[in-house]
Write a protein that binds this ligand. Structure first.
Ligand code: ZN
Length: 247
């Protein structure tokens, strides 16, 4: 089998990032250790959850699950140095890609004015025939569009009140969990924080009912494979979509 190509290190000359993902736990299944590295460098990262993952625990009513999972996400964000977590309260499991979702995400981009926006894999699969989930696909596609929308004064113009301005300063969207990734982040020093951040989703993990499933083992598998592509112990990969025209 061919060796996978080396990953190019992601730039770290930025100060503000916004991560927009479909569910509590989406950042923790791979990207959280990279977030811990960046917050450790003094960068600011804000999380935005499109849903509260309220349909994610089979044995628990959504009303209760919402509360439990929001609390777990806030704790898992805290572990990697993220103090702001927004919840858009869109319906878990049945998100629709379209203008209403773009509008919601656009408002968050305008509010936080990030240079980098992070989201999750929106390709139909995670590689091979391992199917992606509908909310991830809807969210990632809407994020790419919403980042452009945010810079256009005449799109969702009604949002521009109370000091909210257009924001065209996003340099790139970085997509975690994509098998097309060609960039990576060395997470060797913050790997343990990533594990703790995933383990904070205790009720969710228990609800999955995967026997003997261990967050560390799971993250080590992917982390090592990706690390080999950067010549380090552990790494996380991202697919990069530049937002400017020049590169
Ligand atoms: Zn998810």
């Amino acid at each position: 089998m061919d060796k996978p190509p080396p990953l190019e290190p992601l730039p770290e000359d930025w100060t503000r990032a916004l991560a927009v993902v479909a569910h509590p736990d989406d950042m923790e299944f791979g990207s959280a250790a990279a977030v811990a590295r960046w917050t450790g460098q003094g960068k600011e990262v804000v999380y935005c959850m499109v849903t509260s993952g309220e349909a994610g625990i089979d044995s628990m009513e959504p009303e209760k699950t919402r509360t439990v999972r929001e609390a777990e996400e806030i704790e898992s964000a805290r572990i990697v140095g993220v103090s702001q977590v927004e919840f858009l309260h869109q319906p878990d499991g049945v998100l629709e890609y379209g203008v209403p979702l773009r509008r919601e995400i656009c408002a968050v981009v305008r509010k936080h004015r990030p240079e980098i926006v992070i989201t999750g894999n929106f390709h139909p699969t995670f590689g091979g025939r391992m199917l992606n989930q509908a909310d991830h696909i809807a969210t990632g596609r809407a994020v790419l569009d919403a980042v452009r929308d945010a810079g256009n004064r005449w799109v969702f113009n009604d949002q521009l009140v109370d000091g909210l301005e257009p924001w065209g300063g996003v340099k790139a969207v970085w997509v975690g969990g994509s098998w097309e990734a060609q960039h990576g982040v060395d997470t060797t020093d913050t790997f343990d924080k990533g594990v703790a951040s995933l383990a904070a989703h205790a009720a969710y993990i228990e609800g999955l009912g995967w026997e003997n499933w261990d967050p560390r083992e799971f993250l080590e598998g992917f982390g090592r494979q990706t690390g080999q592509r950067m010549g380090v112990a552990f790494a996380t990969a991202f697919e990069v979509f530049p937002m400017g025209w020049e590169d």
